[in-house]
Write a protein that binds this ligand. Structure first.
Ligand SMILES: [Zn+2]
Ligand SMILES: [Zn+2]
Length: 246
């Protein structure tokens, strides 16, 4: 199965990274709708699109407003935005308030039940994450593979969510900052390198891909990948348009 990282930063885009958006094109599944959401159009090959939101911070939802172009001239049977009822209300009442976005979007909004059935006998479940205003992480299981998406939280090897992601083949986890900025990370509800690698190690995942990388970070190694690999060897730095087979 193929996962494409359409956007791998948070807060705001930069010259190389757009904000949070992941896609499983074969299944028509999108996780978060940041500024990279416009790229979904290029990969869309299903007649239904299911968009799951971790929370309603702008860097994860602003792309909902791009849907008119994402599905323009496409023959869509259904487009559904899934999130907790509280976050859906925030999107509808604020992001889609008439003064901000007066057009009607070609989608329906659906509060997340405990689990959602996916194509290919899959199941999506969610679990709470600590973050200002609250967020959720996702776990997607199929009979022969699994993945988890954890973003916008402060990683800790003893955090309750570690149990929820145990043993997944692929963990996509935020890592906004290197270890040197751990004070800023906890103040803003984000993660640093060592803690994320420790989570992957503790949860016994197959591979770890780091996303939601600080848009102000410079250079090709913003997170000290060697440090991460010394704790969890199968760690990779995510980049926009990276395709991962799992
Ligand atoms: Zn974010
Ligand atoms: Zn956030």
């Amino acid at each position: 199965m193929k996962l494409i990282l359409l956007g791998t930063t948070g807060y705001h885009p930069n010259a190389h990274r757009h904000t949070a958006c992941l896609m499983l094109p074969e299944l028509g599944i999108v996780l978060d709708a940041g500024t990279a959401m416009f790229r979904v159009r290029e990969y869309l090959c299903t007649t239904q699109l299911d968009i799951f939101l971790t929370h309603a911070h702008l860097d994860h939802v602003v792309g909902i407003t791009y849907l008119l172009d994402v599905v323009r001239d496409k023959d869509m049977r259904r487009v559904t935005v899934h999130a907790t009822a509280e976050k859906l209300a925030a999107v509808k009442n604020h992001l889609l308030a008439e003064a901000l976005f007066p057009a009607k979007l070609p989608c329906e909004f659906k509060p997340l039940p405990r689990s959602v059935a996916l194509a290919s006998q899959g199941t999506l479940t969610h679990f709470p994450l600590e973050h200002p205003g609250g967020a959720i992480g996702f776990r997607l299981d199929w009979p022969d593979r699994s993945m988890a998406y954890v973003t916008d939280t402060t990683a800790r090897a003893d955090a309750p969510y570690v149990e929820a992601i145990r043993g997944v083949d692929l963990l996509v986890h935020e890592c906004n900052f290197p270890d040197s900025l751990s004070e800023l990370a906890s103040r803003t509800g984000h993660s640093v390198t060592t803690a994320v690698a420790q989570v992957a190690q503790e949860a016994g995942v197959g591979q770890l891909v780091l996303v939601h990388v600080d848009p102000c970070a410079e250079g090709s190694d913003p997170l000290n990948l060697q440090r991460a690999c010394s704790i969890f060897p199968h760690t990779f730095l995510g980049h926009d348009l990276m395709e991962i087979d799992f």
